[in-house]
Design a protein around this ligand. Structure first.
Ligand code: SF4
Length: 706
């Protein structure tokens, strides 16, 4: 049912994982204004500029309002029946003969219900093993480390408000001030109670400036830094494990290899600064380590996060109120999006597709035989790399929901070629992303306030997203489109819902007994208050603290793993590219690049000394070349970045991810190495002034496929 023509609807922001609440004011059926609400349990009335500008996309002239089918090389408007006829002709023969040649690519921005339905659609209707999503490019390494160690993956196992109880916060590669601004109020609370904050980042970000204490290790060396701290904690008698666990002795023995001199040298930080940080950690009562994408987006990202988690666990702080370890999830539903079945190896409720008991449970829920469910398939980058390949293992048709891998995937140039080679590329989206521009069929979907659902924020807090307005033109709600697809291919079983509420109740029930158990939730309960999972009983409490021993592992014990982190490239003139976010932009920029209130510049950030050494000046265009591609863009000079590091934001096409590697993946998380790529720098202009390119490249050790 649509909202009244004029009304105020309480809902959540479409962007990041804080999931601020605000009131959306609707007049005559149109959303006209958002106002923050102090009742928001996370942001308490603050929102950032993205949230305040979120209405701009709703009626943007580029909104997709009708299906578009490629004919004679052009995308032309067609009716929904024509679109579904194409789907039937394209997919029905494939799923009968070779369902594994159909791929599905989802998103960490989808609601929990869409995440659930997309996974069900892939496994029950298409019967393909090949579904994965863009969360592989986000927090997958932290997720893998938490699962391997504690058997549970809730980014923050505690409410954000607990941060203020910490007396020392280490922000490792997490630029909160620009990417999750409302959380700064909790850091302020920490400071007001006398706590200290360290930012560990190769760039002096806004967060680092606010923190006041900054350590700038080489990109890719965060794990070595954590090992160095563990070495010192052991030397100083500060080891008191949080709980009995497997692997303690091996991890402690391994840390012996990382004395301060080695760590300072490899990380490129003064040894005195390392010792100051170590003393602060050793003396803190409730130190809290928070990782962002900096240590995670590496081909050794899981091991790097493991090193920080080991440190927190072995010094007795995991699960302590205000202390321990957490990861700051980025995408709007990056937490719920990684729990309910769009990962290649996962079933709803954070169940495993490899576990026979979990397979039986979900098969029964879906009323299909267990043998109907495929085994795990490709991870995200592997799926994209297989697109258009004609041989065994190739993908002929890909369905993309709410994601833009042409911009966000590693090796975007190669990925674009692979997508062009597909026989069928079906994209469901609300704006014409660069991926939609390559599609054979585009289906117009719904935006955040045009649909019902729930999202789960970075502290595992489930909240309602409410519909305030209708999608424009003939655009349909995404969940309805997925059901349409199932019917079009002749697999309607389980894809007929009388209302969204039917689907939502089925989803909540599907999670019963899983680690991420939402089965005690209902829309009515969430109207009364948000809840942190697990919530296994309708008449029971939620779980603000998720990391208390015993852990949901086979024997209730945690397992620490020895982190394998590579030695860095120490060549004197080595230069490395790192990529990341800008304030005001979101993900691949499909929405925020179109928003005039969020204008930002796509430049390469460079230290002035580097520019001087290479004979470059501010504003000049340079070409960056790696083994995977090249990109040209202007220079911004910033003294806050390491001289051996270049930074490019990843929100624009044809720049950052043309340069990253699409083949080397983390062995546990299947994450590409977005945060470090050896790069060659050459001026793109003034060839007479700069006749010879200056080449800096790294050894194979940092660049090897694990
Ligand atoms: Fe809040 Fe994030 Fe939205 Fe900003 S983008 S308003 S921080 S949810």
């Amino acid at each position: 049912m649509n909202a009244a023509p004029s009304c105020t609807v309480r809902t959540t922001c479409p962007y990041c994982a804080v999931q601020c609440n605000f009131d959306l004011h609707v007049e005559q059926g149109l959303a006209v204004r958002v106002t923050p609400t102090k009742e928001c349990p996370v942001a308490h009335g603050t929102v950032c500029k993205k949230g305040l500008a979120a209405l701009s996309d709703l009626r943007h002239p580029d909104r997709l309002t009708t299906p578009l089918l490629r004919r004679d090389g052009q995308l032309v408007p067609v009716s929904w029946p024509e679109a579904m006829a194409y789907v039937r002709e394209a997919l029905a023969p494939l799923i009968s003969s070779a369902p594994q040649r159909v791929g599905v690519f989802g998103s960490g921005s989808l609601t929990n219900e869409k995440t659930y339905l997309l996974g069900k659609f892939a496994r029950v209707a298409l019967q393909t093993p090949n579904i994965d999503y863009n969360g592989r490019y986000c927090m997958a390494s932290a997720s893998a480390a938490l699962n391997r160690t504690l058997g549970i993956d809730r980014g923050l196992g505690f409410p954000l408000a607990d941060m203020t109880r910490s007396d020392l916060i280490l922000l490792v590669g997490a630029n909160i001030a620009e990417t999750l601004p409302p959380i700064m109020q909790y850091l302020k609370g920490t400071r007001e109670r006398g706590g200290a904050i360290y930012a560990i980042d190769p760039r002096a970000t806004t967060t680092a400036r606010v923190a006041g204490r900054h350590l700038a290790p080489r990109p890719g060396t965060d794990g070595i830094l954590a090992l160095g701290l563990l070495h010192l904690m052991k030397s100083w008698g500060k080891i008191r494990p949080t709980a009995p666990a497997h692997g303690l002795a091996d991890v402690l023995w391994h840390a012996d290899n990382y004395p301060p001199a080695r760590v300072a040298h490899e990380c490129g930080v003064p040894e005195a600064d390392l010792m100051t940080l170590a003393r602060a950690y050793a003396e803190a009562r409730t130190p809290l380590i928070l990782t962002g994408r900096g240590p995670e987006q590496h081909t050794h990202g899981t091991d790097t996060v493991q090193a920080w988690l080991n440190l927190a666990f072995l010094t007795g702080h995991v699960g302590k109120q205000g202390g321990g370890f957490g990861t700051l999830t980025g995408q709007g539903n990056g937490q719920g999006g990684r729990e309910h079945g769009q990962k290649n190896d996962q079933l709803p409720g954070a169940r495993s597709l490899r576990d026979p008991r979990h397979r039986e449970q979900m098969a029964a829920h879906w009323n299909v035989p267990e043998s109907h469910l495929p085994q795990p398939g490709y991870s995200a980058q592997e799926l994209l790399n297989a697109c258009g390949e004609s041989g065994e293992g190739g993908i002929d048709a890909l369905i993309v929901l709410g994601s833009n891998p042409v911009v966000s995937a590693a090796g975007a140039g190669q990925v674009t070629e692979r997508l062009k080679a597909l026989k069928h590329l079906i994209v469901i989206d609300f704006l014409p992303s660069e991926t939609a521009e390559l599609a054979t069929l585009v289906l117009p979907g719904s935006m955040w306030c045009e649909e019902e659902g729930t999202t789960t924020n970075l502290e595992g807090r489930v909240q309602r997203r409410r519909r305030a307005v209708s999608a424009p033109g003939t655009a349909r709600e995404d969940w309805q489109i997925l059901c349409d697809l199932a019917h079009a291919i002749g697999r309607p079983h389980g894809f007929t819902y009388s209302s969204f509420r039917d689907l939502q109740d089925e989803f909540f029930l599907a999670t019963r007994g899983g680690k991420a158990d939402y089965s005690g939730l209902s829309a009515e309960r969430l109207d009364r208050a948000s809840a942190q999972w697990p919530v296994p009983r309708a008449d029971g409490p939620d779980t603000p603290l998720a990391y208390a021993p015993t852990y949901p592992t086979a024997d209730g014990l945690a397992t620490l793993h020895v982190p394998r982190v590579p030695a860095p490239d120490l060549a004197p003139r080595a230069l490395h590219l790192t990529t990341g976010r800008l304030a005001g932009q979101y993900q691949s920029g499909t929405q925020t690049r179109r928003n005039p209130a969020l204008k930002a510049e796509n430049t390469v950030q460079m230290h002035p000394d580097t520019a001087l050494a290479y004979g470059l000046r501010a504003g000049q265009s340079v070409t960056l070349r790696t083994a995977h591609g090249q990109a040209t863009l202007p220079i911004t000079l910033t003294p806050g970045i390491r001289p051996d590091t270049l930074f490019i934001p990843f929100h624009w096409p044809d720049t950052a991810n043309l340069l990253t590697d699409p083949t080397a993946l983390d062995p546990h998380s299947r994450m590409p190495g977005f945060k470090i790529t050896p790069v060659t720098l050459l001026p793109a202009q003034d060839p007479a002034l700069h006749p010879a390119p200056v080449v800096a490249s790294g050894p194979a050790s940092l660049h090897a496929t694990p």
